[in-house]
Design a protein. Structure first.
Lengths: 461, 457
């Protein structure tokens, strides 16, 4: 019998330099996990075999980016690398004014301090940990206006990152547009599982906010991945390039915060970009206090150069296809083993539904944190909790109880091969097989801010 | 004495940019006579700062390639931590993206209204961070430190009597920290003696006030102690540095100076409760505690740089190059700060351009003249940077009108330095032709970075 010949795609690059990784034994992993208080953030990376903690700052740079590293101009003022970066941001994203920062949260800090007044409301398509914290520290309150489908792990809606304009309208009616300094709009919504927002939704959002004089600020760390889903799923975009789609997305917003450690393929760096001169001027004065002079923003010149080159590479059609293709490959493999994951598969990682995976563990015994620990024990694969621990507490000190209790398997860009993906899927499947024997955790140390980073746990008896 | 040579050879070079005098006239005009607004590819010799501008060694570049970029628990962090612990003896080490971030975190926790921070001299960003928290900064610099042309070995010393008096006056309970800046940057890169640090420690202990070191240039300061302080001639600079840190409870560091890094900094301390508070703030604005807003590779470069900077052949070359330029200028009669400091030459602009009154910013005029004559970029440290206005809008000038020519580490050769001396001397000989400046446009805060100026005819 003649099977049709499969036509595989492969990575649009070859490997120029490798980094050695360490294999560990089960007893070494048990010890390492105990030492880390069952928190994968506290594991030493040396004890990790495949590191899926984050796709942030973990990309493999290209030979051109490394060449750019050697072209770093470390002058304190007026570095050539800054002007290169400024030009690329204008060309690729279309924003007029650029303030570099040492990473994304540096930009969020400055932007929140400039735009938010005490008592303001910031609607957004699902919270993100550091973003919401900066909004709260500036005196604002975050309100979730993402569509309901985003909170439903069963829904296969193609644009689960969309904003529900009715929810937004309710907020505007309740508080008044003057209490809403901007809508915080993320592309590839991280906490929803890397889910995209559609161009149609963006256009409607632009129309609505224009009418009410509200800014749209774009959390653009994974904008290219979002653009890929628009190209694949939205009518009328199949023949457009990723670069064209990215620029159109940005054109419906007034400014952006960027952690270049994701899409832009660098290990450090970020920026704030705005179209409004007054905001820019204030940001330029503020960046000196927190980050560094406005032509370096707390970055080495070489890192600005790597970012400028990385941004160009990030909007290549072949690059994005391979990137998201690898994530989808892993997700489909897991589904074959029956592992419950968030669908449709997102752009930067697989989000395993811990509530379904460990239905016998109630949320206050941290099922996602438990699952992350178990996957590490099985194979040395490091993942991250994105559930009740990450959600933290509100101003009254009560736990936020998110509907989604997830473990994030984030795939670094250009780092791991298909064989690594197979190991990850198989290990998760093995844990799934023995799921009923797994017990939950209790928290024994809880830090005040962003507790998921440093919290410690132990197994319940 | 034999010539002191660079204790290294050059592995990689970077082009510098020649311009004609006509081009420079135009560039300066377009930059509104503000060196911060000149693009770096229009500068021949860039002496704007020694911060982040060092040439890294081949070992450091190897470290850059070795950097582990894991978000949490990177081995690069553990190597960095070990290097900092080794020199400071402090068990708790927190990386930050640069020095001002360390200060921001520390003073957000310890500062606030009604608090006072006492120092030999607080650097401008340090002072800004203290005042931003609502607290007040007080400088207790020794008397000789305020006299630019009178040489003394340790012009960075704290005035101990004034320190005790200030503590008594403000109340020890209102003083969260005493900070010693080594070397004293705002005061001309002048060192602090070990005896002075010990005495400050004693006063702090008696009053139960913790002592912190602003350690950006700790190695340069330690080398001056070896050269100038009795009893240290036979002690290694490494051991001098360790002793210096042993008297402190903590330190802030910009690794962009004495760690030869292009980016990075840290906080180190003995108190676990304070460290926990610092880490809680760190994750908000900087990053996770094992990377603090730095790439893993930068942690490696700092760890290696901290070891290299303690090499005495390097320090001899470093201190001698500054002294070499200073002496050349003194011989030609150019008014400069004496003795030579550790990282920069400071020209006395008031004496240099004595026909330009302070309200026409002689320092900035001199900066412009050096660029025009030779493509050299320096920075004004005078009334443009520190001046304030009174209620009538009249300028309250700074104490001194200086131009700082900071020498990047391991970047320029002796020929570059000879050229710099020649340009300065030429400007000095033709000084009467340079005019003062007036402000066209300025920002409320830190105006020197963005100010626009024009010459007064």
């Amino acid at each position: 019998m003649n099977k049709p010949i499969k036509r595989s795609w492969a990575e649009p690059y070859k490997i120029k330099m490798v980094e050695l990784i360490k294999m560990t034994s089960p007893s070494e992993r048990r010890k390492a996990l105990n030492d880390a208080g069952f928190n994968t953030f506290l594991l030493k990376s040396e004890d990790v075999y495949i590191d899926l903690l984050t796709d942030s700052g973990t990309s493999a740079m290209s030979d051109r980016q490394w060449a750019g590293m050697m072209l770093g101009d470390e002058a304190y003022a007026g570095s050539r690398n800054f002007y290169h970066l400024e030009e690329v941001v204008k060309d690729v994203y279309g924003y007029k004014y650029l303030i570099p920062t040492h990473q994304g949260r540096g930009a969020e800090n400055i932007l929140s301090k400039i735009l938010i007044k005490k008592g303001d409301i910031i609607p957004g398509n699902m919270y993100f940990t550091t973003t919401r914290l900066h909004q709260e520290l500036a005196g604002g309150k975050f309100e979730d206006v993402i569509i309901d489908e985003a909170h439903d792990s069963e829904s296969e809606f193609p644009f689960k990152g969309n904003i529900d304009l009715e929810k937004l309208d309710k907020l505007v009616k309740k508080y008044g547009a003057e209490k809403i300094p901007y809508v915080s709009m993320a592309t590839s919504v991280n906490m929803a599982g890397g889910q995209p927002i559609s161009m149609q939704n963006l256009k409607e959002l632009r129309k609505y906010t224009k009418k009410h004089g509200i800014r749209v600020i774009h959390d653009m760390t994974r904008v290219a991945e979002n653009a890929y889903f628009i190209q694949q799923r939205e009518k009328g975009f199949a023949d457009k390039t990723i670069k064209e789609i990215v620029k159109e997305i940005c054109s419906y917003t007034d400014g952006a915060t960027m952690s270049a450690k994701k899409d832009a393929l660098v290990n450090i760096g970020g920026f704030l970009a705005v179209n409004d001169w007054d905001v820019f001027e204030e940001a330029r004065n503020m960046v000196v206090v927190y980050e560094g002079l406005h032509t370096y923003g707390g970055l080495a010149g070489r890192d600005m150069e790597a970012m400028a080159i990385g941004i160009g590479e990030s909007v290549g059609d072949d690059h994005i296809k391979a990137r998201v293709g690898q994530v989808i490959y892993l997700g489909e493999k897991m589904m074959e083993y029956g592992v419950p994951i968030i669908k449709p598969i997102g752009g930067h990682g697989i989000f395993v539904d811990a509530k379904k995976f460990l239905p016998h563990i109630p949320q206050n015994f941290y099922p996602a944190q438990t699952l992350a620990a178990e996957v590490y024990l099985d194979s040395g694969v490091r993942t991250m909790e994105r559930g009740i621990v990450s959600a933290g507490r509100n101003a009254k000190g009560e736990n936020y109880c998110p509907k989604l209790e997830l473990v994030r398997f984030t795939i670094p860009r250009r780092v791991y091969t298909q064989a690594h993906m197979d190991v990850i899927a198989e290990s998760t499947a093995r844990v799934f097989e023995r799921r009923e024997k797994i017990k939950g955790l209790k928290m024994i140390y809880e830090p005040k801010y962003l507790r998921f980073f440093q919290a410690r746990f132990e197994r319940i008896k | 004495m034999r010539t002191i040579i660079e204790p290294f050879k050059i592995k990689s070079v970077e082009p510098i940019f020649f311009t004609s005098k006509e081009e420079r006239i135009k560039i300066l005009e377009e930059a509104f006579y503000n060196p911060f607004l000149i693009h770096s590819n229009k500068v021949l010799i860039d002496l704007l700062t020694d911060s982040g501008t060092s040439a890294m060694s081949s070992d450091q570049w190897a470290g850059i390639m070795r950097g582990d970029e894991s978000y949490a628990g990177s081995p690069s962090f553990f190597r960095f931590e070990a290097a900092v612990k080794n020199i400071t003896g402090m068990p708790l080490v927190i990386p930050t993206h640069q020095g001002r971030a360390s200060e921001k975190i520390l003073f957000s926790i310890l500062g606030g209204k009604g608090k006072y921070f006492i120092s030999n001299t607080l650097f401008d960003t340090t002072r800004a961070n203290i005042e931003f928290s609502g607290a007040e900064g007080i400088d207790c610099l020794c008397k000789e430190g305020k006299m630019p042309t009178i040489p003394a070995p340790f012009k960075g010393n704290m005035d101990l009597e004034l320190l005790e008096k200030t503590i008594l006056e403000k109340g020890a309970e209102n003083i969260p920290l005493v900070i010693i800046t080594v070397t004293n940057n705002s005061g001309g890169g002048q060192p602090v003696s070990m005896a002075n640090i010990k005495a400050v420690r004693k006063i702090c202990t008696a009053n139960k006030i913790p002592l912190f070191i602003d350690a950006c240039r700790f190695a340069e300061n330690s080398y001056f102690i070896k050269l100038r302080e009795e009893g240290y001639q036979n002690t290694s600079v490494e051991n001098i540095a360790k002793e210096l840190f042993s008297y402190a409870d903590g330190c802030t560091m910009s690794a962009k100076k004495d760690a030869f890094a292009n980016i990075g900094g840290f906080l180190a301390m003995n108190d676990p409760a304070l460290a926990q508070q610092c880490r809680n703030l760190l994750v908000i604005t900087e990053g996770f505690p094992t990377y603090g807003g730095l790439a893993g590779r930068d942690l490696e470069a700092i760890a290696i740089g901290l070891a290299e900077v303690l090499d005495e052949n390097y320090l001899q070359y470093r201190i001698r190059s500054i002294e070499y330029l200073t002496n050349k200028l003194i011989e030609a009669g150019v008014p400069v700060m004496q003795p030579a400091g550790g990282h920069a030459v400071y020209l006395d602009a008031k004496g240099f351009l004595d026909h330009i009154p302070v309200n026409q910013y002689p320092g900035q005029a001199l900066v412009g003249a050096l660029y025009l004559k030779g493509g050299i970029r320096g920075v004004e440290i005078g009334s443009l940077m520190f001046g304030k206005y009174d209620e009538q809008g009249k300028l309250i000038p700074a104490q001194m009108e200086l131009v700082r020519l900071a020498i990047p580490r391991r970047v320029y050769t002796q020929s570059h330095i000879d050229y710099v001396a020649e340009v300065i001397i030429e400007v000095f000989q033709n000084r009467k032709q340079f005019k003062g400046l007036s402000i066209v446009e300025e920002a409320l805060l830190l105006r020197h970075f963005t100010v626009k100026m024009k010459p007064i005819n």
